[in-house]
Design a protein around this ligand. Structure first.
Ligand SMILES: [Cu+2]
Length: 467
């Protein structure tokens, strides 16, 4: 896999600094001031190669994890309080950390060549930001992404609300597949023919690196389950048996009125927070089920145990909204984004884990998402202005369309009724046009890409500049 040498990088990092808007640098500086007094990180992430028993005692070799152990740690931050994580790279290749869904200073966004240089083996990088929003987020590399994520580098980040919403248990579920053979060893991480279609799926399906784990939860309690779809390909269609699960947040943002989980679809990169009333009888089990493939399976289950907490389902209330600015639709400029297939071709330059082909494009441009000479931005937003984007999927496959650094609101679809939720990742169906609105309130260069990583890495990537 080709990577830039340090010498090549010196040239490109100057270009990166030039590409950053002065606003982005200002934002980065202000974060530094806020946290200047804090020299000790809240967390250290040490990406490294290890062996791990995903299939029990058949140790999988060449797994990547972030902690001193595996799976990657669940990081916890607090809304409105400085958060500081140090990345110490112990992999034999460069990496970075992207904080998915986080509205943060551009220099902390973790995209090589666009927002920061590579972090090589033996080097460290400090990520400092203050999360404005509470909710469920996640973190992953944006360098050699398909390999590093497929081998294990994707973890959950919880930003706690200022006021405790009062659940009896809080369970993160990191959902992902593994491309393993029966002996538990990695097979080819993708099949190029599938990259030009829905993407390549893994055979071993896990939650928190366990196949169908069962968690003990308080009898009669109210539990919060934070589902994170960290898989590189799979779209989930979730339902719950044994209890009525209420959706209380999607993609970190609380929903105005909790609604029943009813075979709702969530794509790679997306999160859904569920409030689930546990049965009042000890030993009863709740099952979270995925039905997006021909054979549905239990993603995870929860078994009631201990004294009856006798919580009332009417205690499930909307969470406090995050402080997101609503777009002014009357003054908003409308931009068109066409997601299409493209003529198959090899990219001009191949860095940072390119798959060596282009199959996809946004507005007729195919980009691998990371190269020493970034293409011009796909669109420029004026800082503080409102925009409407018509995201048009002209392909026969569903695409989870992710925008870094900014939250946007789903407005309408030409195919189906949709909830006007706030998000960072819109799941756009074949032949669907989803209209979204946003305020460009965060300066910098923000990546826009499909979160099916094979699509991202074969052309379905671009970036927006807020200046
Ligand atoms: Cu896609």
């Amino acid at each position: 896999m080709p990577f830039l040498s340090r010498r090549q990088l010196l040239k490109s990092s100057l270009a990166t600094a030039g590409a950053l808007s002065s606003g982005a640098l200002l934002a980065a500086c202000s974060t530094g001031t806020e946290t200047a007094a804090r020299s000790e990180p809240d967390f250290e992430l040490n990406p490294h190669l290890t062996d791990f028993g995903i299939l029990g005692d058949r140790l999988t070799q060449g797994v990547m994890s972030y902690g001193n152990s595996a799976p990657p740690p669940v990081l916890v931050a607090r809304q409105g309080e400085p958060f500081f994580t140090r990345l110490n790279n112990s992999l034999p290749e460069p990496t970075t950390v992207h904080w998915h869904g986080m509205r943060l200073p551009n220099a902390m966004d973790g995209v090589p060549f666009l927002t920061q240089p590579y972090v090589y083996d033996g080097e460290s990088f400090d990520y400092r930001f203050t999360p404005p929003d509470a909710g469920t987020f996640w973190y992953h590399p944006h360098c050699n992404t398909l390999t590093q994520m497929s081998r294990g580098l994707n973890g959950v980040l919880i930003v706690k609300e200022r006021d405790d919403p009062g659940f009896d248990a809080d369970i993160p579920l990191n959902l992902r597949d593994w491309r393993l053979d029966r002996e538990g060893q990695f097979i080819d991480l993708y099949d190029l023919r599938k990259s030009g279609k829905a993407g390549t799926f893994g055979a071993v399906k896990t939650a928190n690196w366990i196949e169908s784990p069962d968690y003990t939860v308080p009898t009669g309690g109210l539990i919060r389950v934070r589902v994170v779809i960290s898989d590189v390909t799979r779209i989930y269609r979730l339902s719950c048996k044994g209890a009525t699960a209420k959706v209380i947040a999607v993609d970190s943002h609380p929903v105005p009125e909790p609604f029943d989980l009813d075979f709702d679809s969530f794509g790679p990169g997306q999160r859904v927070d569920l409030a689930i009333p546990v049965p009042q009888e000890e030993g009863r089990t709740i099952r979270l089920i995925n039905s997006s493939s021909s054979k549905p399976w239990v993603v995870a289950s929860f078994t009631a145990s201990g004294e009856n907490r006798k919580r009332d389902t009417r205690e499930i209330k909307p969470l406090s909204a995050n402080p997101v600015q609503k777009p002014d639709l009357a003054s908003a400029e409308t931009l068109e984004l066409d997601f299409t297939a493209t003529a198959e071709q090899a990219p001009k330059s191949g860095y940072c884990g390119t798959l060596g082909f282009s199959f996809w494009a946004i507005n007729k441009r195919a980009w691998q998402g990371a190269s020493p000479d970034p293409m011009a931005p796909l669109m420029e937003f004026k800082l503080g202005n409102s925009y409407v984007l018509n995201i048009r999927n002209r392909t026969p496959h569903t695409h989870p369309v992710h925008l870094h650094g900014l939250a946007f609101q789903l407005l309408q679809s030409n195919k189906r009724p949709i909830r006007k939720l706030w998000t960072d990742t819109a799941l756009v169906l074949p032949d669907e046009t989803i209209q979204v609105g946003l305020v460009a309130d965060n300066p910098g260069d923000w990546l826009l890409h499909c979160h099916i990583i094979e699509h991202q890495k074969t052309g379905m990537s671009a970036y927006a500049r807020v200046i």
